[in-house]
Design a protein around this ligand. Structure first.
Ligand SMILES: Cc1cn([C@H]2C[C@H](O)[C@@H](COP(=O)(O)OP(=O)(O)O[C@H]3O[C@@H](C)C(=O)[C@@H](O)[C@H]3O)O2)c(=O)[nH]c1=O
Length: 182
């Protein structure tokens, strides 16, 4: 797998080596040694799977303790996947990176601890899988408002219309009032 830099240095786009043959394809979806060679010592403890319809927007989520790093991929459909740097001392504080992840492009995104994560679903029947470096802890979970002007995420809503949100996500905190990392 190849780890490609993004506009935020700690956020990596992961391009697996896809080996096709007459039966279909094979890829390694996780390889600890190759992450370590890129300077990322990562240990995962929980794998998640969600299915969503077109227009659903989940996020932007993070945990303030039991802070999670996440490796995200899509095995059916397509999403616009976004991470936001929430480390106040970082030069990238409040900045975001968005990439399309799909079953077709097979790319993954590494969302490091200290970042919020969310995605907009671009096709019906989209399945998102992600690995997490710490366990789910709802009492420590926070939601950053998906459309906070101070973050200014350019969601590709033109082809979708208004997003479908959970009640929790519709009431996310603006960056100026959010609990963030040092
Ligand atoms: C995230 C999570 C949820 N749940 C439960 C809680 C609830 O009953 C149901 C749905 O939870 P949510 O509405 O929070 O699911 P969802 O909005 O899909 O939450 C996810 O969003 C994306 C963007 C992330 O980055 C994830 O870390 C996670 O926060 O699943 C777990 O049991 N374990 C988990 O790890």
């Amino acid at each position: 797998m190849k780890l490609v830099d993004t506009a935020l240095p700690e956020v990596k786009l992961v391009e697996p080596k896809v080996i096709g043959d007459c039966r279909g394809f094979f890829l390694e979806s996780w390889n600890a040694r190759e992450f370590a060679e890129a300077g990322l010592e990562v240990g995962f403890v929980q794998d998640n799977h969600s299915r969503s319809a077109k227009g659903v927007l989940r996020g932007l989520h993070y945990q303030v303790t039991q802070v999670q790093g996440k490796l995200i991929r899509v095995v059916a459909g397509r999403v616009f996947d976004v991470v936001v740097d929430l480390r106040r001392s970082s030069p990238g504080f409040g900045q975001w990176v968005g990439v399309e992840l799909s079953a077709q492009n097979m790319r993954m995104l590494w969302c490091p601890p200290g970042f919020a994560h969310g995605f907009l679903v671009l096709e019906d029947g989209t399945d998102v899988l992600y690995k997490c470096t710490d366990y789910y802890a709802p009492e420590h979970e926070r939601t950053l408002l998906w459309n906070d002007d101070d973050v200014g995420i350019e969601w590709p809503l033109a082809e979708i219309g208004g997003p479908v949100l959970s009640a929790k996500d519709a009431q996310g905190a603006r960056l100026c009032g959010a609990e963030v990392f040092p």
